[in-house]
Design a protein around this ligand. Structure first.
Ligand code: IPD
Length: 264
């Protein structure tokens, strides 16, 4: 059986290769392949090609493990491990030529359900800036091999990021949450890639992050990176529309951020 470290090394290796492909395709020009849940929710040819590359590597190197990917769905494995993959997190940034996008790969143990699984290893690779955020359970979080630690909060308040779902009917509720959170914040960011928002909390580049309605592949890797950097990541109960609040922050901020972001 592969050790946690072996799984970590494989995740990094695949994330690097997948990121290089995404970057290459970006320089060649991006084709929108389809829209998904809403007009703003797009998938590019590159998303599909990158996920196919990741699947092919895993089929060759971890054939007994399951797979859960943004573009091609779920496949149950036999080993108790599942690879949770967003081939390009931040697809809209990618399509617009902004560098804030990443390949996000997590290996999780147990049921392939974010509220039940235990993350084992994670890689979030941003190829446009060549930054690799990574973590192994019980062994820390890193940026390109340098240990990460969440920031200590100052009296100025937190630098807090958020994100909005693609469904316009959810925007009013999300904006109301922003209004409740602002008193805790020195400023707010909406950068457009959840895996990087989470990695930035781990790196102390942000103090906190919240978003309602993330998909498992958006947060699987980033959540482990936050926790291994000494931060907290947690999820609320589903709201009437089935959307779950996700919160990550340094420990001193977490409870206040969660309470403010929660729908009253
Ligand atoms: C999206 C990004 C975005 C977040 C959305 C996600 P995608 O992922 O992470 O920041 O606000 O909720 O769906 O569609 O680019 O893989």
């Amino acid at each position: 059986m592969a050790s946690d470290r072996d799984l970590h090394d494989l995740a990094l290796d695949i994330a690097r290769e997948a990121g290089a492909l995404a970057l290459r395709r970006r320089t060649e020009g991006v084709a929108i392949a389809a829209t998904k849940s809403a007009l703003a929710d797009i998938v590019t040819e590159a998303d599909r090609e990158v996920e196919a590359l990741v699947r092919a590597r895993l089929a060759a190197e971890a054939p007994r493990d399951g797979f859960l990917g943004e573009e091609t769905g779920a496949e149950v494995g036999e080993s108790g491990l599942t690879w949770v993959v967003d081939p390009i997190d931040g697809t809209v940034n990618y399509a617009y030529g902004m560098p804030q996008y990443a390949v996000s790969i997590a290996v999780v143990a147990g049921e392939p359900d974010p509220d039940r699984w235990e993350a084992v290893a994670a890689a979030v690779y941003a190829p446009a800036v060549d930054e690799m955020f990574h973590a192994v359970r019980h062994d820390g979080a890193y940026l390109d091999g340098a240990r990460l630690r969440v920031a200590e909060l100052t009296d100025a308040g937190g630098l807090i990021a958020t994100g909005f779902g693609y469904d316009p009917s959810t925007h009013a509720g999300d904006l109301a949450a922003v209004g409740r959170v602002l008193p805790l914040a020195r400023d707010l960011r909406r950068a457009g890639a959840a895996s990087l928002d989470l990695s930035y909390v781990a790196a102390g580049r942000l103090d906190g992050y919240f978003e309602r309605g993330l998909q498992p592949w958006d947060h699987a890797a980033g959540a482990l990176i936050v926790r291994e950097a000494g931060g907290r990541f947690g999820r609320g109960d589903a709201d009437a529309a089935g959307r779950v609040l996700n919160v990550a922050a340094a420990p001193e901020l977490y409870d206040r951020l969660f309470a403010a972001a929660l729908q009253p």
